[in-house]
Ligand binder design. Sequence first.
Ligand SMILES: Cc1cc2nc3c(=O)[nH]c(=O)nc-3n(C[C@H](O)[C@H](O)[C@H](O)COP(=O)(O)OP(=O)(O)OC[C@H]3O[C@@H](n4cnc5c(N)ncnc54)[C@H](O)[C@@H]3O)c2cc1C
Length: 392
Amino acid sequence: MDRKKVCIVGMGPAGLMAGTILLEQGFEVHFFDHKKAAGRKFLVAGNGGFNLTHSEISETFVEKYNRPYLQAAFQQFDNQEWINWLSKIGIETFVGSSGKIFPVKGIKPIEVLSAWINRIDELGGIFHFSHKLADFNEKEVVFTQKSSNISHFYDFLVLAMGGASWKKTGSTGEWNNILEAKGVDCKPFEASNSGFELKDWSEIAQLQGQTIKNIEVTFNATSKKGDIVISAYGMEGTPIYFVNKEYRKNPQGCFSIDFKPTKTREEIKEVLANAKNITGGLKKLNVSPVSIQLIKLRTSKEEYSSPGILAEIIKGMKFYPSSLRPIDEVISTVGGISMEAITKNFQLKCYDKVFVCGEMLDWDAPTGGYLIQGCVSSGYKAAMSISTFGKG
Ligand SMILES: Cc1cc2nc3c(=O)[nH]c(=O)nc-3n(C[C@H](O)[C@H](O)[C@H](O)COP(=O)(O)OP(=O)(O)OC[C@H]3O[C@@H](n4cnc5c(N)ncnc54)[C@H](O)[C@@H]3O)c2cc1C
């Protein structure tokens, strides 16, 4: 019997996972990308801390996804399954101190990608680079290559073209014109996992490049502990990225920083009141020198010298964002194909042979391994849905 042919468009982690699973299930799989190589953004992710996933337990891991379909996909292919799968292709991982999962020391990001591509090669996957999606219908997908059009008939088509940040990696988001023209509901792209640009920042900018450790950021009812980095325009860091969603809901709002989450206001006030002077009291409380500088720049002399008022400021200094960073610079985007446009099988409602996975769908999750996990889980889910339909 002829093998069913699947065309995968986009060779990021979502498309590579969908295609690998389909090859393992016996499909003929063709991978397409408009770049000359696979996984450019995956490699960029590897330049910083390469968080492949997180070690958090399933019950709380799923809460990091704001969409039930992503939660269900995670339950079908969770962090442990992904870690086991990586191990199968020779990539061992370890849990870092923050619970994030990294490749073991000595394994470079390019080696993770190469092991994956080798696995696809072994399984007989066929790669087509420099192919840009131009159009598709119920049975045919068309690409532009240089200036000519090339079309492929397919039994199933998987779209995995990513979000719209770091365009130089290939994730341009241009595909939304093609999908919108076909009546697929696409939400506008917005920055996620982004730094904040802050109002009245010029004075604080002198502290740029410095890290403030072990603070807690709160925006509305959302809080996150961690470290922040001061930049020329505002702040970056995991707790800042975590509260982005609150800013998108309320762009006029503000967030607060608790510089001493382990102590109550009363405890801080007492230490400050009993110290020789305020700066000595802050040092006794282990408030870092950079935090002290920031606090000094943001308080009047009267506020700084009053233990009660200062304790209150330390527990909740307010900052007013003016915007998120430009989309092209951020770690991930929200927006893209609406979750309303797909079924629980990650199949487009208006094209039943076309499946979608990864960041091109409108879901959100914090950085720290949850993004790549969401991409591979949704890729796995799309592949298993095709496998079920393909056999049926
Ligand atoms: C600086 C940075 C650091 C990050 N760090 C982490 C981290 O540590 N942990 C984590 O979990 N996540 C991290 N991420 C996020 C993670 O890399 C992405 O969420 C993930 O790569 C998205 O995977 P994807 O497969 O959906 O899409 P992508 O990886 O964006 O891949 C999409 C592919 O589709 C191709 N494509 C696009 N349009 C077309 C078209 N029209 N025709 C043909 N091909 C097309 C692109 O060339 C690309 O190869 C980071 C991202 C950045 C930018």
